[in-house]
Ligand binder design. Sequence first.
Ligand SMILES: C[S@@+](CC[C@H](N)C(=O)[O-])C[C@H]1O[C@@H](n2cnc3c(N)ncnc32)[C@H](O)[C@@H]1O
Length: 246
Amino acid sequence: MPDIDDATPAPATPDSPDGASPRRGIKSFVVRAGRMGSGQVKALAELGPKFVLPFQAGQRLDTAAVFGREAPVVFEIGFGMGDATAKIAETLADHDFIGCEVHEPGVGALLKHIEEKQLGNIRIFQHDAVEVLEQMIAPASLAGVHIYFPDPWHKKRHNKRRLIQPEFVAKLVQHIRPGGYLHCATDWEPYAQQMLEVLGAEPLLENTAAGYAEKPSYRPLTKFENRGLKLGHGVWDLVFRRRPLA
Ligand SMILES: C[S@@+](CC[C@H](N)C(=O)[O-])C[C@H]1O[C@@H](n2cnc3c(N)ncnc32)[C@H](O)[C@@H]1O
């Protein structure tokens, strides 16, 4: 998980001088080597084959086959250590959850929660969520999308790495079914303002509130939210709905 206060560009690779994919341009994350706990290593080895799905470019994910049932599917970008994801999946047992996270210790941590809570309704991609969405998620298929405390990329020169940008949101909404929702939360006020502006300007979305939303009861406190609260930050939730077909 990137250190949000000291964000540095991803390491250079031969075909992407700044570590960004030549196709997408700029990544919303930096993959850092994180220390894995022994429980996380064990969970990855034992549960990874069942719960971590391989990224396959151009291969549409058959969610009914993956979960063994037809249920509303919620897609989460950047679950961090997965505490909130696991709690939500436990509460909303009649929904299925696809969580994307590039930080390996976070993947191990969520796998541990899956085992502890015996959750059958979560699958994980340890891959860039933007690519998973574009390459593997069917259009108009998602009941909901959760983006909780995305990296705020505080410094002006890093703002372009923020996930919530008009171009990405325009692509993202195409994967939400009409009537489905997009729920974002942040503890960084300038990013909250950007979210409100960008989501409000997307023609396929309508705000469920007059501005920021009340925190929905299904969203528990997240690890990053807790960190923000300790620093005296506020918290802003935004819940938008994809407009029903006319
Ligand atoms: C600030 S943390 C918040 C984690 C968690 N949602 C929480 O509230 O505690 C943001 C997380 O998003 C992940 N992330 C950022 N961009 C991503 C992407 N495009 N695909 C997958 N994960 C991403 C980062 O690795 C990081 O763990």
